[in-house]
Every structure is written in C-alpha cells, then in structure tokens.
Design a protein. Structure first.
Length: 954
C-alpha cells in the first residue's frame, strides 16, 4: 500500500540494533491524506486542498476560481481511502531513506510506496519495506536532465538554471545529432535527414560562423555510431523501438523525454566520447530516471543503453580504450533508489527555497570547467560556494532584488508544476471545464509525413473552448495525458477539425495544455543577465541611484497631437529610457511607429517588441505604413522598405509561422537555409520585431540594438521586460498600468510591471497620451475620471460625436428609447448564481436581437463577462458570430457595441472583475455604444460600481 501525506512536525532520526545489525531509522510525523493503492496518484494532501481553493490569481483570475473551487476533491477518487487527516501518524523510514528524511521540513509532502502497516501501542503506523520508495514533494516534477546535472554537482545545476544554455556549437551539434537519431529510428534516410536537419538550423549555424558542409560532415561522423547500433538491433526479430518519448511520473515526481526506448528499455545518446567499458555514472543516472518512468508506465526495465557517438569518429591507432559507442548496463534497484534520493534532495531544496553550495555533492572543483563562473557568481551574489568566491559582492539593494525575484520566479515555477499535477488530479471533465483540455474528440486519421513525423487529425464533438491555440505544444493522448498513450504534438490547425503533428502516431481523442517552464527559465536568465552582465549605468538608474537623462529634441514629429509629439521626442532623446503611458485608443501604436521611424532615420538599430504576437504585428504594420513605399518584387511586397530619404531599411520579424500574422509573413525571418544568408538577413536588419518571450531565445540573445521599444509593457513582469531591454543600449516602454497587469500564476513581486514601477519612480521620464481616437465622449467620461484624473479627452469632434447612426443601415430611432444613449444600464435581478447568471445571459440574447433588428451586424457586437463560466453560459444563448469572452481576451481590441455582463446578484461577495483595472478595460472597448447588464442593488454596494451606475443612468 502507498501512504501519502504532509509532514506535521520535526523528524527524529536514530540508530537502532536489529537482528541484521545496526540500522538507521527516521520517524516522520505525517498528517495522512491518503492510504491505498491509488494514494500515489492522489494529489489531495491537506496542504494542496487549501491552496487549490484560494487559486484564481491574476492569470486565471476569472473563472479559474470556478473549477478550482470544486477541484479540491478532484484527486481523492477511486481506491484511495482518505483518512480524516487531523492527528499525525508516525511513518518510519528505514536505512538509506533516512537520508531523504534529513531534508524534510514540516509542511512538505511525502509519499511512501509499498509501505507496511505497523501496530504500535494500539495505534496504526506505517513503515518502509524493502520494496518501498520514499518521495519528497512528489508533485514537484523534476526534469531528468536536472537530476543528471545535480548528480554531477548541485551548484552546476543551479548555475545552468540561472544563466541558461548559451548558443554554442557543441549544443547545436548535440541537438542535430539527436534529431538525426530520431529520424533514423523513424526510418528516414541518413543523408536526407542530415541535409534537412542542418538546413533547418541555418540561422543558428550562421550565427556561430559555421558552414553547412562542415557541420553535415561532423554530424555524419557521429551518426555512423547510430547507424551501426541500429544495424545490430535489426538482427533480432522482436526488436521494437520508439523515439523521443515524453514521460511523466506522478509517483516519483520526475518528467523527461527519453531519446529512444528499445525493447522497453531506455537508450540515451551522448555526443561525447567515452573510452571506458562502463557508461559514465551521471549518464547511468539519466537512464535510470527513464527506467523509473517507464516502469511506472507498465514496463519492466532491466537494462539501459548509452550511445557515445563520438567514439565512432575516433581512430583506433590514436586512441586507447574501449571504442564501442554503445554501452549497456544492468539496471539495479540500488541505482533506482539512489536516483530517487537525489531527486528528493533537489526537490526539497527547491521547495525550501535554498541555494546549493556545492558541498552537497562530491564533485571536485579543480576538474570543473565552470569553476571560474561558479566563483564569480558566488562572489557577486555573495553566496557560499565550495569553489570559493572571486570579486566584490553586488550592492545590498541588488542582492535583495536578486533574492526577491529569484524567489518569485521559483514560486511561479511551482505553479507550473501544480499545472502538471492537475493532469492527473483533475478528471477529464474538470480539465475541460477549466479550459485546459479539449476532450471527447473523434479520431479521424493519421498520415506519415516525409521525414517520419505524423500528421494526426481529429474532430471536435462539442463547441467547448480552451486555452489551446494554433502553434501551441499540447499533450495529445488517446484518453489520458499521463496514463494513456501520449505525445507532445504541435497544433497546426484548430477549427472543428484539428490537425496536429507529432513524432508518433497517437490515436488522439484528447488534447491537454502542456505546462511549460520555458517562461520561468527565461525570466531567471533575463534577471541574471540584467544584474550580473548588465550595464552599470542602467542599474544605477533602475535602482534609483541616478536620474534618467534626456537629450533635448526640438523636431516636430506629429503636428496634430501634442502629447504624441512629446512622447516621440522623449523616446528619441532618451539616453536611458522613456515611458509612454497610453490609455485606450490614444494612438500608442501610431506613436510607436513614428518613434521607430525617427530612430531609423537617425541610423539606429531598433528592436520592436511586445508581450503578444498580435501587438508586435500591429506595431510592425503601423511602422510599415510609415516608412515609405513597399518595394514590389514580382508583384510581391518585399521586406525591404524605403525611408523618407529613399534609403533601404531592412525589417525582419522573428517568430514562428503560426505566431506571425499572415500579412507579416513576407517579413518573417526564415531560420532554415544557407547559414551565411540567414545570418546576414538578421544582422543587416535595422528593425527587428519579436515578442519579449522570443527576445529571451538563444538566437535573439546574440543580437544588439541601439534601442528597444516595448509595447504592452504594463503586462510584462519586471524580468520579462529585461529580456527585451537587455539587448539594447536604451529602451522605451509603452503601456497602461491602469489596464491589465502582468499575467502570472503566483501573487508576488512579479505582479508589478517595470513600467509601473518606473512611472512611480520617475514620473518626469514619461508622458501620457491624452487624446483618444476611439470612443464617443459619453462612453469615455467614467474611465477618464476614475482612472486618468479626468485627463482623457476625444482627439477630434468626430470621435466625440460617434454614434451608431454613423454605421451604414443603422438607425438609433429604431432602438427602444433606453438603448439610444451611447451608455445604457439594463437592470436584471439575476438568478443568484455565483459564477453564472442565466437571467443576464437570456437578457443579453434579447439585446443582441434588438440590435440586429436595428440594422447592426452581429460581428460588430462584443460581450464581456467576468467569469469563464458566464462566458459559456452566454455563448449558449447567443449566435456563434457574436464575440463573447473574458476581459483578458478583449484587451487591445475594440468593437462598435460592447455589452458587459456583471453576473452579480444580491450583495457583492468578493470582487466581480477581481481588480478595477479589468473594469477599465471592459468599459473602454466600445466605440459607439456600451450596455451594462447587472443587478443594480448588488452593484450599488461597491463605491466604484456605484459611481459607474450613476454615470450609466445619467
Ligand atoms: N495623431 C493622429 N492623427 C490621426 N489619427 C491618429 C493619430 N494617432 C492615432 N490615430 C488613429 O487612431 C486610431 C487608434 O490608434 P492606435 O491604433 O495607434 O491606438 P492604440 O492606442 O494603439 O489603441 P489600443 O488602446 O487599442 O492599443 C488609429 O486609427 C490611428 O490611425
């Protein structure tokens, strides 16, 4: 039986005499959450249950609360008996498991597999048996490569995490060899695979100054080892293998992608050499992790294979030792348990928020390639390190900043891990209700693509929504993302019919959001680069030690809008940074484009970035409008533009095919091709446009700019902003901190954007755009008074006087009198539901019919609701072509008519839109008419909503 629970007090370790001699034991007071065969699969420990109900932080704000509210008992299903959980029970960990007991702290989660019951003075206790595994914090999913690095040296693991993997040839070559390996397993021809894979990496190879031929030759030499090994394999009849299998273990808290699985056993590829008979220990550790993962998925693994591909490139007369590339070893239980103990140490340290010193392991610093880096980082961050310290520590405020953000980012990582745990804790229906899965798909067909990958097609059987978008990685499974047959797949098309590509042909019936740590990894690296590699002057300014400076610019850039003109002057003249505060519809995009044009004309190289692809494309489009004629080549717009002086300006958009809007595709930087051409294309571009997430990629990190212009900056975390700003000498942030804050899972320092912090710190370094080009005057009044000190005004009389009458075929006279005003309030008593309101939904459906009867197109109407559950409820009542969504999805867009459903009845319990900034976004989306639907009594109980009511009813 398995036992799972939360550590409830101090652990006592002692040595006792037994019939086998001296033995160690640790007595752990455990508040039991579950006992039984299914306990390993049960995440509902006492602590989890608590944190689930208070979920629903900003990113999931709306509606997240719904599924979370009833999700707390999601994991205690079949087979697991839930103890009442009040009185701690003693669980005894024997012998080597006492090592894991050393890291336990009260509050940590613990799982003991194959435990035995023990009666002691009338009390039921539990103890480990010879078959037991002890897992500390099983829901902290540790990556296999992290365990491998940890075994090599815990400090090395930490340094890798902090500074990321740089763009260098061994890394790119390693990736190529792995890709070719996968191709060979899927039956692709070797020469074809090498050519195709080298071509795909053209840009990276170009940046490294490599030529395609030389790299192809290098990869070919390594691939010989793979071919040889595969040939051997073919000799046996029952040989079966599969490439790149994604594996997640709910029991051991480990996840990873095995390079290959052959006859059920893991095969790992190493591009280095190994002249010993045995595989390297750290490589065995990696294979052992996969063995654990495979066993959990029903396998019985007794061997592991390491393939050292460099061995096959060595000449026997020059090298001595064992040149065979493939080295097999037998998988003993001792190694598997050792691996779990190492994983426990890592997980416990991460959960406790400690930083490794290097003393945890036995690695020798003098042999380590990273010794210098390790000493510098230790010196500057004033960390204890086995390697020692060099240099002077950062000033106190910077050390404090590091600690604060390190902790915040790691908290964010834990939230990602919680997302993983939900893959098995929640039922399929709960995940679908939570917008995290598309379920009950009908599998249509699988088709093998050139190169051995597969195209999979499935059809939706319901109109349910989810967070899954085209271009996303998802877990595609035949029913369960962890327990079933599951693969990492990419969404190529997402209509009623869904098209995916994957390495293996899964008969897809379900898709789950793939929780990725990529963002957290990049935030950490961006913070590290800012603090440890960044410019001293930048740090002086951002830490308040020096004021930002501006060169005076007299030129007039925009002659019909003073604030915009001032914003461009500040952006152009900023020596450190400038802030452009742009309330809704005030021409942020236009101003950004004008500023970039001015910078380009001054000969500067500019990075154009934003939080979302959509904003990057919008700004790029506005820029292209500004910088002269598009040069037509064979009737196709060429990426080369001309500026006002007729000089060519190369503009490049960096992003994936699915991320970049179709009409910006001609500007997208193709990564594959001749290395020299690819790199020239990027290096020669005077304007490079990419999301801030892409700015943290290996390729973009190699680029340098005079200035970075970042849109949607109020939605970016502070380290997220550094990812773009780090690449440039100076930066301009554009945003509105009165609209949506950064999207983060945990509530901590990441919720305040750098934009907002700097607006507070240096108000004089910014300018607010105060003329809006969107809303009828009456619509704008409330937002202007509540959020912008009454400063926001219509830019032109035409804007102020906008009404529905301006639209073709629409007459306000045909509307009922209460809807003729640009702002109206419809009082609906509501049905008393907490997250849904059927009465409001029905009333909204009537309103849409009324507007249609008055001549409006449905596509001109948008409906905003505070909770996802209410979005679904309204969607049931209204036609498909009316956009119904939460505020988050509406930010940055506008509509002729907006209807807001408040979903509030009686007295207001808790915030409706979580945060008043969300109501600002909702109320500033319409151009010509705004209808508020809600219960006036409930709304009047909150001062802000009360003022809103007075305005709407005036
Ligand atoms: N100075 C200007 N003169 C004339 N038209 C302008 C000016 N500035 C902006 N506009 C127009 O106003 C509209 C809104 O501008 P833009 O799209 O730049 O706003 P935005 O602030 O980016 O909007 P959002 O709040 O949605 O992000 C556009 O049609 C744009 O062409």
């Amino acid at each position: 039986m398995h036992v799972r629970g939360t550590v409830a007090g101090e652990v006592e370790t002692k040595t006792v005499s037994t019939s086998y001699g001296e033995s160690d034991l640790a007595e752990v007071p455990l508040r039991i959450a579950a006992v039984g065969d299914e306990a390993a699969r049960t995440g509902a420990t006492t602590r989890d249950a608590g944190s689930i109900t208070d979920g629903g932080t900003s990113s999931d704000a709306e509606g997240g609360t719904i599924a979370d509210a009833d999700g707390s008992d999601g994991g205690t299903s079949a087979g697991a008996h839930l103890a009442d959980g009040h009185e701690p029970t003693t669980v005894t960990l024997w012998n080597k498991w006492t090592e894991s007991a050393d890291y336990l702290e009260p509050g940590m989660e613990l799982l003991v597999t194959d435990a035995a019951e023990d009666e002691y003075q009338g009390e039921t206790r539990y103890k480990t048996t010879g078959d037991s595994y002890v897992v500390v914090e099983p829901s902290f999913l540790v990556n296999v490569t992290s365990i491998r690095n940890w075994v090599e040296c815990p400090r090395l693991y930490y340094l890798n995490k902090l500074s990321g993997v740089p763009l260098n040839y061994p890394v790119v070559k390693g990736t190529l060899v792995h890709e070719v390996f996968g191709d060979l397993l899927r039956g692709r021809d070797l020469a074809e695979s090498i050519d195709a894979r080298v071509d795909e990496r053209g840009l990276e190879l170009g940046l490294l100054g490599e030529t395609a031929d030389a790299v192809a030759e290098d990869v070919r030499e390594n691939a010989t080892a793979i071919e040889g090994w595969l040939e051997q394999g073919r000799l046996t009849e029952e040989d079966s293998w599969r490439s790149e299998q994604l594996l997640i273990s709910e029991t051991f808290g480990i996840r990873g992608r095995a390079d290959a699985v052959r006859r059920g056993a893991p095969v790992e590829l190493k591009t280095g050499k190994n002249l010993k008979k045995e595989p390297r220990f750290k490589d065995k550790v990696q294979a052992a992790c996969y063995a654990l993962l495979l066993e959990e998925h029903g396998g019985d693994v007794d061997t592991g294979t390491l393939l050292y591909t460099k061995n096959s490139t060595l000449k026997r007369n020059e090298e001595t030792g064992d040149l065979t590339p493939a080295k097999e070893f037998s998988m003993g239980e001792g190694l598997l348990k050792f691996v779990v103990r190492q994983r426990n140490e890592l997980a416990a340290m991460e959960v406790a928020g400690d930083i490794p010193t290097g003393y945890e392991g036995s690695a020798k610093c003098e042999y380590c390639f990273e010794q210098d880096t390790c000493m510098v980082v230790s010196g500057r961050l004033d960390q204890e390190s086995k390697a020692g310290q060099i240099g002077q520590a950062l000033p106190d405020e910077e050390l404090e900043y590091f600690e604060r953000f390190y902790r915040a980012i790691e908290e964010e990582r834990r939230e990602v891990h919680r997302e993983y745990a939900k893959l098995w804790e929640q039922s399929a229906q709960e995940r679908a209700d939570d917008d995290r899965a598309l379920i009950d798909l009908e599998f249509l067909e699988k088709r093998e693509l050139e190169g051995g990958r597969w195209e999979l097609r499935a059809r939706r059987t319901s109109g349910a929504n989810s967070k899954i978008r085209e271009g996303d990685f998802v877990l595609a499974s035949d029913g369960h993302p962890v327990r079933g047959n599951s693969e990492l797949a990419i969404i190529e098309r997402l209509d009623d019919e869904i098209v995916l590509t994957a390495d293996e042909p899964v008969e897809v019936t379900r898709l789950d959001v793939y929780p990725s740590e990529l963002t957290t990894d990049r935030l950490l690296v961006a913070m590290h680069d800012f603090l440890l590699k960044g410019d001293e002057r930048r740090k002086d300014v951002l830490f308040g030690r020096a004021d930002p400076e501006f060169e005076t610019v007299e030129e007039t850039f925009i002659d019909n809008n003073d604030a915009q003109n001032e914003a461009v002057r500040m952006a152009v003249g900023a020596e450190d940074f400038a802030l452009i505060h742009g309330p809704p519809g005030t021409g942020k995009t236009y101003t950004i484009a004008r500023a970039i044009r001015a910078m380009v004309e001054r000969g500067e190289r500019v990075l154009l970035s934003a939080f979302t692809n959509r904003a990057v494309d919008n700004a790029l489009e506005a820029l292209l409008d500004q910088i002269g004629d598009v040069i037509e080549e064979d009737g196709v717009a060429s990426p080369t533009q001309r500026n006002g002086d007729g000089e060519a300006v190369d503009v490049v958009r960096v992003g994936s095919e699915s991320g970049v809007r179709d009409d910006m595709e001609p500007y997208r930087l193709e990564r594959s091709g001749n290395p020299e051409d690819r790199v020239a294309k990027l290096q020669n571009a005077q304007v490079v446009a990419a999301t801030t997430a892409t700015c943290g990629s290996r390729v973009m990190k190699e680029q340098a700019f005079d200035v970075a212009l970042v849109d949607e900056a109020a939605q970016l975390t502070e380290p997220g902003t550094h990812a773009a700003a780090n690449l440039a000498e100076r930066f301009v942030l554009v945003g509105d901190h009165e609209q949506l804050p950064p999207v983060v899972r945990a509530e901590n320092d990441l919720t305040e954007s750098l934009f907002e912090r700097l607006v507070d710190l240096y108000p004089e370094a910014g300018v607010m755009l105060d003329r809006q080009y969107r809303m009828n005057q009456r619509i704008q009044v409330f937002a202007s008074n509540e959020f912008y000190d009454g400063q926001l005004r219509p830019a032109e009389p035409e804007v102020a006087a906008r009404t529905l009458d301006d639209l073709e075929g629409v007459s306000r006279d045909t509307l009922p009198p209460e809807l003729r005003d640009p702002v109206s309030f419809v009082d609906v008593e509501g049905d008393g539901g907490r997250y849904t309101d059927g009465e409001e939904a029905a009333r909204i459906a009537d309103l849409i019919e009324t507007y249609e009867a008055a001549g409006l197109e449905r596509s001109d109407i948008g409906v905003i609701a505070p909770f996802r559950a209410q979005v679904s409820e309204i969607s049931k009542h209204v036609p498909d072509d009316v956009a119904v969504d939460t505020v988050d999805r509406f930010q940055g867009s506008s509509q002729e008519v907006i209807i807001v459903s408040f979903t509030a009845t009686g007295t207001l319990e808790g915030p409706i839109f979580e945060d008043y900034r969300r109501i600002n976004v909702a109320l500033t989306r319409p151009k010509r008419a705004l209808v508020l639907v809600g219960d006036s009594r409930a709304l009047a109980s909150d001062p802000v909503y009360k003022r809103m009511l007075e305005w709407a009813r005036a």
